[in-house]
Design a protein around this ligand. Structure first.
Ligand code: ADP
Ligand code: MG
Length: 245
């Protein structure tokens, strides 16, 4: 009965999710179709003069941008929906953080973000390295996007609550999250960004859940945000509810 309840819940949310996906992809697709038609019609009228050529380039850029948007949505959905069982192995979260930061080093550099890294001595967790790295990347991306140019991002790892959790904490000096947004930020497609997909934190949530972990967000508007990912240490993975196979 328990299983069935969970399954019904999953199906209901799948229905809701499908509706939002359809909507999210349909908007950029409508734009692509409109501009593609416009471009065909213009080119059909003969060799474009210089002014027309400029308009064509502008329209094609819109097609490009909207296609990229669709592609970002699909990429994130694939992460989100990944049903394949995760491969749990001894994983060093400090290495996860280092690789995640490596992937974003360009962005961090361009935005002139000051990094403060304090990686503690932590036991391994039973985890999927690639997925945990993805979670880090998504959280760090959000921090960078929130801060714009020149903020400070501090990343700490350590054991907390008497060794119950290995914590990865990301603290930024961005604008923070308004209290009425806090309950929505993990919803698929909730975004406050013009070009956001709203899938980043949903993906993080799924990954952390599959590791038997927790996410805690503390945020004060005007001051910044702290996102803490907590994963049970390997020795404790079962006691904390992790699905070690
Ligand atoms: P996206 O980044 O595409 O908007 P996410 O799921 O990653 O989607 O984030 C959802 C929303 O949560 C963001 O649009 C933003 O409003 C808020 N958010 C997430 N992280 C932060 C942060 N570090 N600082 C401020 N707001 C944040
Ligand atoms: Mg994001």
């Amino acid at each position: 009965a328990q299983d069935q309840l969970v399954r019904t819940e999953k199906l209901t949310s799948l229905g809701k999710l499908s509706a939002s996906i359809a909507h999210e992809i349909n908007n950029p697709l409508a734009g692509i179709l409109t501009f593609a038609k416009l471009i065909v019609r213009t080119l059909d009228q003969g060799t474009p003069d210089e002014a027309t050529r400029k308009v064509l380039v502008k329209n094609l850029l819109l097609v490009q941008r909207e296609t990229e948007r669709c592609s970002a949505i699909v990429r994130n959905l694939l992460d989100f929906a990944r049903e394949r069982p995760i491969t749990l192995k001894d994983t060093d979260v400090n290495a996860v953080v280092d690789e995640g930061l490596q992937l974003l080093s360009n962005q961090i550099h361009i935005q002139n973000v000051t990094l403060e890294k304090r990686l503690g001595t932590v036991p391994p967790v039973l985890g999927d390295f690639g997925q945990l790295r993805q979670a880090c990347v998504n959280v760090v991306m959000n921090a960078c996007e929130a801060m714009g140019r020149g903020g400070r991002l501090s990343i700490e790892t350590g054991l907390v609550e008497d060794g119950r959790w290995v914590e990865l904490a990301f603290t930024d000096t961005g604008p923070g999250i308004p209290p009425d947004h806090l309950s929505k930020i993990f919803d698929p497609f909730f975004t406050t960004k013009e070009r956001g997909t709203g899938l980043g934190l949903s993906v993080v949530y799924g990954i952390v859940e599959r590791h038997g972990g927790r996410i805690e967000i503390q945020s004060e508007p005007g001051k910044g945000t702290r996102v803490a990912i907590r994963i049970p240490p390997k020795s404790d993975a079962r006691a904390a509810g992790g699905k070690a196979q």
